[in-house]
Ligand binder design. Structure first.
Ligand code: BGC
Length: 282
């Protein structure tokens, strides 16, 4: 075992590794769980094509090794995200990745590939955990919905800070199509839509969600959220809408948080002044 002695580890920030598997890139870093900040350089490797388990598993292993070295060696908890609902560690669908992932026992396979227990979570759920702990959802009670706008549209639903996992609101049917086929950030680029044109499609999606869930707050994540000023003012939903704060890195941070011991990762978020909202002091 190359691990450092426990007494020395306690002195440093609690670290975990987060790896975010997407349709175009696999990204990862070590995360300081006290702050949500990266504790190592962020690595990105293009997702192998075809993107089936046979090619992706060794890539995740390679990334985990690189990050572990960056973080000073020693075993750290490893969390991995995937763009599908995760039931009992299996990936249930494959909307933007290779069909070999459908019904695949990915958590077990990733754990064997990495050489230690990996915890697997839906990518949007991970981003939501990160935003609720460290970002735009911090201290928010009631019904909060995070939407990640990327190649697809992911969703993460929170009720009083607790995640309701595996919501797939990107696949809500709108005008006879899966909503993400109209409102994802990728569609804006592919179809060369102006910001107002795309905002109208996103607005229709968000209004359909609002009619069903009546959230108090919607948080919009994904890289496009850095341009929030160009589309958020055009949205007509009733609830508050804010851009995510961790932008494209929320998946990595949330994966690390999910892999951490329960005392860190599964506490409900509270207001910033509530000591219960913070990770335990080291
Ligand atoms: C998948 C979701 C995922 C979202 C964002 C959708 O196509 O079904 O599970 O969260 O894309 O990646």
């Amino acid at each position: 075992m190359t691990d450092r002695p426990t007494s020395r580890r306690r002195a440093g920030p609690p670290l975990a590794i987060g790896i975010d598997i997407g349709g175009s890139g696999i990204k990862g870093a070590a995360v300081d769980l006290a702050t949500g900040a990266f504790a190592s350089p962020r690595h990105r490797i293009p997702t192998p094509q075809p993107s089936g388990p046979a090619a992706v598993l060794p890539t995740v292993r390679h990334l985990a090794d690189l990050i572990e070295q960056d973080a000073g060696g020693g075993r750290r908890p490893v969390g991995v995200t995937f763009p599908a609902p995760i039931i009992d560690g299996s990936t249930m669908t494959a909307a933007n990745v290779d069909a070999d992932w459908v019904g695949y026992p990915a958590e077990t396979a990733l754990s064997s590939a990495v050489g230690s227990q990996v915890r697997l979570i839906n990518d949007a759920d991970a981003a939501g955990l990160a935003e609720m702990r460290y970002g735009a959802g911090r201290g928010e009670k009631g019904t909060v919905l995070l939407l990640t706008l990327g190649t697809g549209v992911g969703s993460a639903l929170f009720v009083d800070g607790r995640l309701v996992p595996n919501t797939e609101l990107g696949h809500l049917e709108i005008r006879g199509k899966g909503a993400e086929k109209r409102s994802s950030a990728a569609q804006r680029t592919i179809r060369r839509l102006s910001w107002p044109e795309w905002a109208a499609l996103l607005d229709e999606h968000m209004r359909a969600i609002e009619r069903l869930f009546w959230p108090d707050l919607m948080i919009l994540g994904g890289g496009v959220s850095k341009n929030a000023a160009r589309f958020v003012p055009l949205l007509t939903v009733r609830c508050r809408v804010v851009p995510a704060e961790l932008k494209g890195d929320a998946g990595i941070v949330g994966a690390a948080l999910f892999a951490a011991p329960a005392s860190w990762s599964r506490r409900p978020a509270g207001p910033p002044t509530d000591p219960g909202a913070r990770p335990p002091a080291e």
